[in-house]
Structures are given as C-alpha cells and as structure tokens.
Design a protein around this ligand. Structure first.
Ligand code: CDP
Length: 786
C-alpha cells in the first residue's frame, strides 16, 4: 500500500502555504540595505540638478569641504580623473555618473558629499554652489524631432539628432496587401503616459572597499546581483572574484532596480577614495525624479478587417520618450523587447510595427515596469485597438474576440512577429470571465440605465504575455546568455538549503521554491531554507524581472531536485539491497518494486549519503542545475471590468472586476492570487490616477507622493479571481510566469469599460489616466482627450 506523503500537507505544489518571509517582515526584522551598519561607515548624499537642460559653468565645493564632518566632496571632474564620469548602460549607450559638461534632466546627479552622518552630508550638498547656463528643454518626442531642436546628447560623437534608436518588425509588404483587401480599416492613436514603479523601498547601497584585501563588497538594492558584479568588473576594471554583491531584503523592485544608477557607482568610488564603507540611501523624491520610469510611449496604428469580423492585419508605430540617457536594457535588441508580442493571442496573419526612440530632457529609463520590456504598452494598444475595431464594425466586443482568438488546437502557433505561442485555452478563459460577470445581463442593464441617464460600461482585456527570458540562443544581457540556476544541498538529517540565481523582491521565492523541492523530493517545505542575492554564495544567475523566475529559476529548482533524487535512488538501492532498476519512487520515499512496504525515506537516503554510501560513490547529497528554457512561457488572462460614470463630474467607479488567469500549474495558489491582486491594483492606478508629467521647462510634476498618486486600500476596488490551468508543455512542472500579467493586461479592461460607457458620444479615446476632468470634458465635447 502506498505510503506516499500528502503533498499539500507537506507544503508541496498546490499548497497555499503561508509566506515564510513575512514572519520577519511583519515583525520589523527584515534586513534591508538601510539596516546594514558597518564599522567606520560614512554616509553619502547626492546634489541633483534643479534644471532640465543647462550647461555647467562652474562648481564651487569649498564651502562644503569646510563643514566639520564632511570627508569627501566628489564632482564629475574628480570622477573623470578615474574614468568614471560616464558609464555604459545596458542599452550600449552612455550615462553621466556625475555631470561634467551639461545637465540633461531635472534631478540629474551633479556632485555628492560623504560625511560622518547623513545630515552633515545633506548640509554639504546644500553648500555646493553650481553656476548653470540654461538651455532650451525638450520634453516630448515631437519637440525632440523638430528640425531646429537643440542636440541633447552632444557628448556622443557622430550624434546629429535626438533619435536614440529606430526599429521595425514584421512584413510591411504583406501587411500593405492585406490592408488593400480590407472591408474596414480601424484606426487608433493613444499615449501610454510615463509612470513610475515607485517601490516602497527606494534605491541604496553600502559599498565597502577593503584596500588590504582588495575586495569590494556592495550591499545594494538590485534585482540582478550577478549582472551587477559582471558590470562592475567590466566598468571599474576590478577582478570579478574580488567583487561581492549582496542584495539583501528588497522592498519591491518592479523593474526599477534593474538598471545601474549613478548613486551605486558613486558610493563605490567614494569607498575606494575614503577607504571606508559608504552608505547611500535614496529619498522618495530622488527615486521618483531620477530612476527608471516606465512607459511614456505614443502609439498610432490601424487594423485591417473583414466585414465578418476577421482581423486581416495590423500595423502601428510607436514613439518612445527615453529621457536623457538610454539607460535600461536595450528593447530594440531584445527579441521580446519592444512591441513584438502584440496580438500574439489573436490569429492575425500579417503585421508590421515600427518604433523610434528619442532623447528628451527627462529622467532616463523606459524600464520594464512590472512587465517584459515594453509588453505593457503593446498589450494596452492591442486591447484598445481590438475594442475600437469591434465598435467600428458594430460588433459585440466579446464576439469579436471569440472570432479572432487562437483556438485550442492551433498550438504551437507562430505570430506574425516571430514568436511561437505554445499553449492556452483562450475561449474557455473568455467564457469563464463572461459568465462570471454576467455579460448579457449587464448589457441589458446598461441599455436600461442609459434610458435613465446613467452611464454604465463594460470593458474586456484578453492577452497572452511572453514570460521567462530567455533561451540562450536568442537572449543575452551584455553578451551573457540568459538562463538560470539553482543549487541544492541536502544535509545529513534531510533538511536542505536551496540557492538560486534569481532575487526575490517580495514575490515570495523563499516560500514557493521550497514547495518545488517538496514536490520533487517529498522533503517538507518547512525543512528547506531558500537563499538568494549573495554573489559569493548563490550560483550565477540573471536575476528577477519580467516574471522570469518561475519559468527559468523555478525550472532549475525542479531540475536540481531531480538530480538529487537520482543520486538518492542509488543510495536507496544500496540501503534496500536491491538493484537500482527495482527501486520505485513515491513522494518522500523509495520502495522495492512489488514490495511497497519495504522502503526508505528521502531523509534516510540523505543520512546514508554522509554515513553509509556504497563503495565508489562520492559522499554528500548536493548538486546544481543551470536551466536554459527551450521557449518562453505563455500565460493568458481575461480581465473584465464594469464601471459607472457620473456624467456631471466625470468620476467613474468600478462596479466589478473579474479576472481569469491561466498561468499553468500554480505552485502556491495564495501567492499567485496575491500577485494578481497587486497587478490589478497597479493597473487600476494607471488607468485612474497615476502619471508623471513635466511642464514646458522640464520641471517634473509627480516628483512626490502628493502629486504622484499610489492607490490605497480605500480607493482600490475588490477583484474577483478565477483560474484556468493549461500546463506549460516545456516547463518541468508545467508552470508559467504570472507576476505581471494583471499589471500588463489590466489597464485596458478599465479604460475599455469607461470608453464603452460613453461610446454613444462618439469619443474614441481618452488618454490615461482617466481623471474625472478628462472624462467630463470628453462627455461634454464629444472629442478625444489626449
Ligand atoms: O519573476 P517573478 O518572481 O517576479 O515572477 P513569477 O515567476 O511570475 O513568480 C511570482 C511568484 O508567484 C513566485 O513566488 C512564484 O513562485 C509564484 N508562482 C506560482 O506560485 N505559480 C505559478 N504558476 C507562477 C508563479
């Protein structure tokens, strides 16, 4: 009779196990960068530019040096003497560490002061006198591309305009032919506004250069410690084995903590120059005004349609506002980077996309804010375009999707932009969403309400998102191939420690990775400790962003566990005195085929690995795995929102939001629901209240939390979550990524619902956020609002 363990009871796959990391977070016992205190540690503060575009005429640091307790005042000129005034970016661009010639955005780093405490350092910053000669600022792509526009990047040899990249994908000619045959061509123009990941914890570092050993240790808020180690080795020309990057607890990343920021570099340089550890902790405004923003993309496009609703082709163009430096990973050089994944869930035969990036006098970035590069903008455009097309055809928006979504038996399917989408049950997800929201009933209610002057609306967003970069053939960062890793050590008593190359920032890896080991080995999840983020200890990995952890590092966890199980099987055969072929596995134990009661537990095998191994076997029960995924994973989601608008004020309330997510096999259903809830909250914020903008002088509006709004529990609506499970065909446990789906697909559901509510006015688009005055203006004027 089977003696297999109950998987859910031991915290394996499918268990809604409580998050183990929360025990320290909710007790204030986390270990964030600002908690690190080293003997002799100094503190660094940054002087930022008040102007968006100006030539630096002089910098006088004498008053700062004279303040007691100030140990170092670092300027761009001093950094230049060490060849560190500029640094390369992940996009093969350059970025000023400290400005030497010009400032190119408000908030740019100009100098920094190191002192005995942060308050003295702040006094030092205020004592620095900088003389600027203002230059005309550029705050959007139209200004950047004007023929007489001032050149922002005059530091770059051969740069004659403000364009930082041009890109295209798809087949322009085939697309043109399809448009020529179309019965209807639907058009749409919109702006996805600049937003900011705004993690609760801002960026920071503690750099500790030991001149006696030559070892540099940096505690920092990075989502990708090994990439940082490689980058520091290459930029600072330090030997890689003498660099240790430790990413301790991180209070949210959302893509904001992928780039290398000047503050990190300055703290390292200051530690080298002072011979003491140097801590830099960014404040909220510093984070909002200078670190990687998201979005800021202008999209114009059209869809070719047959009268019966079939999509024949799509084409669109994007102008991206990259800010002063092209600082995030290069979207145009990355297969999943720009807008390539648009329309992947629909059977669209032809497509062509072009994009152009411009430099402006705004903070650099364009980071993948809770998404894979620019997939959020791609999906938003896709779902807004789909609704516009259905409206133009006079067709129901759900029916239009039904006609065009890929069918279950069409996988694997190639998209017009080169992806292989491998699995899904799109029609089932859509139908589940429609049933849950009561689609037909709502439409009847909407029509009745309209007669009484009430504006009700319903919006749908369906999408698949490629998650899990990458495979090493097609994806790299700085030339380093994309894969991920896990190392598992099972101790003699059967307890274990797992380390991976990913880096959790609140997603719960400490909880869920242990569940994968439990699933594979039957070791209770509580007996497994998970560690990430220390380059001296963790195996080399590419970090956590773009929901890649489960598809790649999570797969590596499975694979390393299987290697351990393979060795444990040999140990079991030895203990049971049978040949390996006669040994069977059930969760937590091996037994003799045909004699199920004769068995040994995984813990007994672990003990034997150190005390009683067969002749010729290496002792120990440890291994590692490097996982190179064959494809991305393709989760699917259907989000449906209903809203009511007050036509007198333009205020809109969410009545209901139904979410159906298919992320394959769920490791921890509770954690998945947490990810979806968080994503939908961000989606709601983006559609309703959140954006960063700049005035004509390049002054940022939204550099503090009075102007840049984060949703609280008070205004966030409740969400109703449902699931469909289509296992990923190539992932060892059938899981797909999920962390960002709702943030990517959610905004269009809210916006489509509002547009549906005012469809009778003839308005085709209101740019996000749909602030009440914008909605009210649209209703009043019947015109689009941008
Ligand atoms: O890369 P990141 O961790 O941000 O995203 P993810 O791979 O989508 O995982 C987010 C969290 O959800 C992790 O704790 C995963 O283990 C968990 N998850 C899950 O339990 N089941 C899935 N199918 C996907 C993710």
């Amino acid at each position: 009779m089977s003696q297999a363990l109950d998987e859910v009871k031991i915290g394996g796959l499918g268990a809604s196990r409580q998050r183990v990391e929360d025990a320290r977070f909710i007790r204030g016992r986390g270990n964030y960068v600002d908690d690190i205190v080293l003997p002799g540690m100094l503190h660094m503060e940054i002087l930022r530019s008040p102007l968006a575009h100006a030539r630096i005429k002089s910098i006088d640091t004498s008053k700062a040096w004279a303040i007691p307790g100030v140990r170092l005042v670092l300027t761009g000129e001093m950094a230049a003497q060490r060849n560190l005034a500029w640094m390369p970016t992940l996009s093969y661009d350059t970025q000023a560490v400290l400005a030497t010639d010009k400032v190119r955005f408000q908030g740019q780093e100009v100098a920094c002061v190191v002192a005995d405490d942060p308050y003295i350092a702040r006094d030092g910053v205020e004592a620095i006198v900088v003389e600027y000669e203002p230059l005309p600022p550029i705050v959007n792509p139209v200004q950047a591309l004007a023929p007489d526009a001032p050149l922002i990047r005059d530091d770059k040899e051969g740069q004659t305009d403000n364009v930082c990249y041009r890109w295209e994908v798809g087949d322009a000619e085939a697309t043109e032919r399809a448009f020529a045959e179309a019965d209807v061509v639907s058009k749409l123009k919109l702006h996805y506004p600049r937003s900011h990941p705004s993690p609760i914890e801002c960026c920071g570092s503690v750099a500790d250069y030991n001149s006696a050993t030559g070892k540099l240790t940096v505690y920092m808020t990075t989502q990708a410690p090994h990439i940082i180690r490689a980058a520091v080795a290459l930029v600072a020309e330090l030997p890689e084995h003498m660099i240790r990057i430790i990413s301790p607890d991180i209070g949210g990343g959302f893509g904001n903590k992928v780039p290398v920021y000047p503050g990190y570099v300055c703290s390292i340089l200051c530690s080298i120059l002072t011979g003491r550890p140097v801590k830099w902790i960014e404040d909220k405004t510093g984070n909002l005004v200078s670190t990687g923003f998201g979005r800021d993309m202008y999209l114009t496009g059209e869809m070719a349609l047959r009268a019966d609703g079939k999509i024949l082709a799509v084409r669109f163009h994007a102008d991206t506002d990259q800010g002063a430096f092209f600082s995030d990973a290069q979207p145009s050089k990355f297969k999943v980077g720009l807008l390539h994944s648009a329309f992947a869930c629909y059977d669209v035969p032809h497509g062509h996309i072009t994009a152009q990036g411009t430099y402006t006098n705004k903070a650099p970035g364009g980071v993948a804010y809770r998404c894979s590069f620019r997939v959020t903008e791609a999906m938003f455009f896709q779902e807004r375009m789909v609704q516009a097309a259905a409206d133009d055809l006079g067709m129901d928006q759900a029916e239009f999707r039904r006609i065009n979504l890929r069918e279950d038996d069409s996988f694997p399917a190639r998209t017009p932009f080169g992806f292989l989408v491998d699995s899904g049950q799109y029609a089932k997800c859509l139908q589940m969403g429609l049933d849950a929201i009561g689609y037909e009933d709502f439409k009847r209610e909407q029509a009745e309400a309209r007669k009484r002057g009430r504006y009700l609306g319903i919006g749908i967003s369906t999408m698949t998102e490629p998650l899990g970069a990458g495979n090493s053939r097609e994806y790299d960062i700085l030339g380093i191939k994309m894969f991920d890793s896990a190392e598992l050590r099972v101790h003699p008593t059967g307890k274990a420690i797992l380390r991976t190359g990913a880096k959790t920032q609140g997603q719960g890896h400490e909880t869920t990775w242990a569940q994968i080991v439990s699933h594979e080995l039957g070791i209770p999840a509580d007996d497994i400790v998970v560690e990430e983020g220390d380059t001296d200890h963790a195996p080399f990995g590419m970090g956590t962003y773009a929901s890649r952890s489960t598809p790649v590092a999570g797969a590596a966890v499975s694979m390393v566990s299987r290697k351990i199980r393979a060795k444990a099987r040999k140990l079991a055969a030895h203990l049971l005195e049978v040949s390996e072929e006669d040994v069977e596995w059930e969760l937590g134990r091996f037994y003799v085929r045909g004699a199920q009661s004769r068995g040994v537990t995984i813990q007994e095998c672990a003990m034997a690995a150190y005390t009683n191994m067969p002749d010729g076997m290496e002792p120990g029960l440890e291994n590692n795995a490097y996982y190179d995924p064959p494809n991305l994973t393709w989760p699917f989601a259907c989000y449906i929102a209903t809203v009511e608008i007050d036509p007198e004020t333009g205020v809109w309330d969410v009545l209901r939001l139904v979410a159906v997510d298919d992320c394959g096999v769920r490791i921890n259903p509770m954690v998945v629901e947490g990810q979806i809830t968080g994503g939908l909250t961000e989606a709601y914020a983006m559609s309703n209240m959140q954006f960063q903008t700049y005035d004509a002088e390049g002054n940022i509006v939204g550099g503090n939390y009075m102007d840049y709004l984060l949703p609280t529990a008070w205004e966030t609506p409740g969400f109703e979550l449902h699931e469909v499970v289509t296992p990923c065909p190539h992932h060892p446990i059938g899981a797909k990524g999920v962390g960002e789906c709702a943030a990517v697909g959610g905004p269009a559901a809210f916006v489509n619902a509002v547009m549906n509510a005012i469809g009778h006015t003839g308005v085709r688009n209101i740019d996000m956020p749909l602030l009440p005055d914008r909605v009210w203006d649209a209703i009043r004027t019947g015109k689009d609002i941008s």
